[in-house]
Design a binder for this molecule. Structure first.
Ligand code: 5GP
Length: 190
């Protein structure tokens, strides 16, 4: 998606360790008009797939998922990062290793909101090693629901997540795919 690539080139900040900061438009300050275009593009890509729920992960996926959901007319569920040790039986749970913080944490979704007849579109801001998406896929599978695919804003294609998830048979649509990036050389798209 050209609009997003241009914005990344203009306002993205490359940090050491393969981290792209997009705090000025995507995950701290949020450009809602841009989110609208992103949502419209996800709706075009997944048209006719009978999506019944959008599932994302807190916190930075939530805004994007909510704006996208307006084009699908479906509810958004966000997987919560669980803070307590005791997980009650009325939730689906899986584990995610944070790319940015390096910690492993549990994510949960209440059984009340995911059902076997659901057709779920996963949405997230970044795809790096694929741990967040794998965690979300496990939640959907635990509910016996169907993963329609994943809509990703920025895929760092130089990391293994995209290949890993596609090899699982999940359709991944990334609006900007970064081939390489460096502090000196900037961003190169696929
Ligand atoms: P993964 O689980 O695929 O390794 O990483 C995906 C998650 O890590 C996303 O939900 C995102 O919040 C975070 N993330 C991964 N890479 C980056 C990055 O380069 N920049 C930012 N801002 N977040 C990232």
């Amino acid at each position: 998606m050209q609009l997003l690539e241009e914005r990344i080139r203009r306002d993205g900040k490359i940090r050491e360790g393969g981290v792209l900061k997009v705090d000025s438009f995507l995950n701290h300050q949020m450009d809602v008009a841009l989110f609208g275009e992103i949502g419209r593009e996800f709706a075009r890509l997944f048209e006719g797939q009978n999506v019944t729920k959008i599932l994302t992960i807190e916190a930075s996926g939530i805004g994007i998922a909510c704006i996208a959901a307006q084009y699908f007319n479906v509810p958004v569920i966000f997987a919560k990062k669980n803070k307590t040790k005791n997980i009650a039986g009325d939730v689906y749970t899986s584990k995610v290793e944070s790319f940015t913080h390096g910690k492993v944490y549990d994510i949960i979704v209440s059984k009340e909101f995911l059902h076997s007849e659901d057709r779920v579109l996963l949405i997230d801001d970044f795809l790096a090693n694929g741990s967040a998406l794998q965690g979300l896929i496990k939640l959907v599978e635990a509910a016996g629901a169907t993963v329609v695919g994943a809509g990703i804003c920025v895929e760092k294609a130089f990391q293994p997540g995209g290949d890993l998830i596609r090899e699982m048979g999940v359709r991944v649509e990334s609006l900007a795919r970064i081939k390489s990036m460096s502090v000196e050389g900037g961003v190169e798209f696929c």
